[in-house]
Write a new protein. Structure first.
Lengths: 110, 119
């Protein structure tokens, strides 16, 4: 199972919106609405930000939103803040009953 | 509050085995699953497998089949991951992560356990 494809880096200025893409296949992202997104600060454990494509845990800011079209899922961060600078990973359930993560995206706040 | 507390870092020689523990608290252990995810230095996340907190059923990534064992001890709300025949490329931080269902996401994570494989 190959890793889902994400851009290596995305940047934006404070207050701007950015979008991170996550491209898979019709055996994972395209076939299931079980896409989730994780934020990871250096030296820390990942934190769940979005699940089931577009659901947000209550403890996560509403500046984070998710969507999916075909084999590509997306995470949008609105009103970018300095604390959003981190690595972001997508994940999807797959047709062979496993999970696959994305390659990871480093978000930089300019 | 939900907490997953993992055992401390380990240094192992190639060919050895390592067993990492993950003690859960703040929720009913048997109603959730535990996944194991690893991250090599400077690299991305890699899913290793899942174990049911209810009945101990497991599902391993094909890459680790035959080399990994995941178990639970419901009396102490603890999950274990044992990896055998260690190689240098098994050097990584190993995380346990709770999942509400078989197909879903990972909603709470342990702090991670660094396993270093070196001769």
């Amino acid at each position: 199972q190959s890793a889902l494809t994400q851009p290596a880096s995305v940047s934006g200025s404070p207050g701007q919106s950015i979008t991170i893409s996550c491209t898979g296949t019709n055996s994972d992202v395209g076939d299931y609405n079980y896409v989730s997104w994780y934020q990871q600060h250096p030296g820390k454990a990942p934190k769940l930000m979005i699940y089931d494509v577009n659901k947000r845990p209550s403890r996560v800011s509403n500046r984070f939103s998710g969507s999916k079209s075909g084999n590509t899922a997306s995470l949008t961060i609105s009103g970018l803040q300095a604390e959003d600078e981190a690595d972001y990973y997508c994940s999807s359930y797959t047709s062979i009953s496993t999970f696959v993560f994305g390659t990871g995206t480093k978000v930089t706040v300019l | 509050q939900v907490q997953l507390v993992q055992s401390g870092g380990e240094v192992k020689k190639p060919g050895a085995s390592v067993k990492v523990s993950c003690k859960a608290s703040g929720y009913t252990f048997t109603t959730y699953g535990i996944n194991w995810v690893r991250q090599a230095p400077g690299q991305g996340l890699e899913w290793m497998g899942w174990i049911s907190g209810y009945n101990g059923k497991t599902n391993y990534a094909q890459k680790f089949q035959g080399r990994v064992s995941m178990t639970t001890e419901t009396s102490t709300n603890t999950a274990y991951m044992e990896l055998r025949s260690l190689r240098s490329d098994d050097t990584a931080v190993y995380y346990c992560a709770r999942s509400p269902g078989v197909y879903t996401h990972f909603d709470y994570w342990g702090q991670g356990t660094l396993v270093t494989v070196s001769s």
